[in-house]
Ligand binder design. Structure first.
Ligand code: KIV
Ligand code: NA
Length: 265
């Protein structure tokens, strides 16, 4: 019943076992996902959209993410909790990255950090790794660079495949224990997965990565309307919660709730 370790994930790859990863930002979901056996939880900077209501991940700060990291760590016993370093907190170089990552490990209590980028952040990954901080890399489509990448689009099609493959090798060589591949063609993700000794975690990267990650509200059907192609809804939480809310509101308005049983003598 101990915490999952990064070496467990590498061992799973060697055994050919796939594993699921989800985001989490709060106590209840963290506890449920932990009990359900999700081995890795990411307190993503996607909290920008999914908790704070920003339009972009670019807006969220360390001070906004750290309390969520603490909540998820406190609410889990088994999962390895990864804290996502927000935009602007590591790009300046290894020294800035180390300051931020130390804060996430100390104040957030997480067990690893994640940052976006391939070759360009290899020095940061190497610095954190040699300071004893496990790093999950994130390449392909990297939401924090949305504006530079020209919007939400698949990365690594055609000739650009070599770029993504080189990024993958660079982050592995710098010491990352795993790498997220976001929105890259399935064949490119498959090749990277075969070439790297560390686990690949796909989101919109096909079926051949070692692991999969999804934003939990997408997985649970909280978000209504058009979703990206890589989202599958496993429940209709938006519908369930809307129905419960309407029932509660109706009963308050009609006087059905609270009843005698909910009332102190
Ligand atoms: O912030 C996030 O949710 C992520 C995952 C989708 C990988 O970075
Ligand atoms: Na993220």
């Amino acid at each position: 019943n101990r915490r999952v370790r990064t070496r467990d994930l590498i061992a799973a790859k060697e055994r050919g076992e796939r594993w699921p990863m989800l985001t989490s930002y709060d106590q209840y979901t963290a506890g449920i996902f932990d009990e359900a056996g999700i081995p890795v939880l990411l307190v993503g900077d996607s909290a920008a959209n999914n908790v704070y209501g920003y339009e972009s991940t670019v807006s969220v700060s360390q001070d906004e993410l750290l309390p969520l990291v603490r909540a998820v760590v406190r609410s889990t016993r088994r999962a390895l909790v990864v804290g996502d370093l927000p935009f602007g907190s590591y790009e300046e170089g290894p020294a800035q990255a180390l300051r931020t990552a130390v804060r996430f490990m100390k104040e957030g209590g997480c067990h690893a950090v994640k940052l976006e980028g391939g070759r360009r952040v290899a020095p940061q990954i190497a610095a954190l790794t040699s300071a004893g901080i496990p790093v999950m890399a994130h390449i392909g489509f990297t939401p924090q660079s949305e504006h530079a990448l020209g919007g939400f689009r698949v990365q690594g099609r055609g000739d650009a495949a070599e770029d993504v493959v080189e990024d993958a090798h660079a982050v592995a060589a710098a010491g990352a224990f795993a790498v997220v591949l976001e929105m890259v063609p399935g064949e490119v993700a498959k090749r990277i997965t075969h070439e790297l000794h560390i686990p690949t975690i796909g989101i919109g990267a096909g079926a051949d990565t070692d692991a999969q990650v999804m934003v939990w509200q997408d997985m649970a059907g909280f978000r209504t309307g058009r979703a990206p192609r890589f989202v599958k809804r496993y429940a209709d939480m938006a519908g369930v919660l809307a129905e419960a809310t309407r029932a509660y509101a109706d009963e308050v308005r009609s006087g059905v709730f609270p009843a005698q049983e909910h009332t102190f003598d």
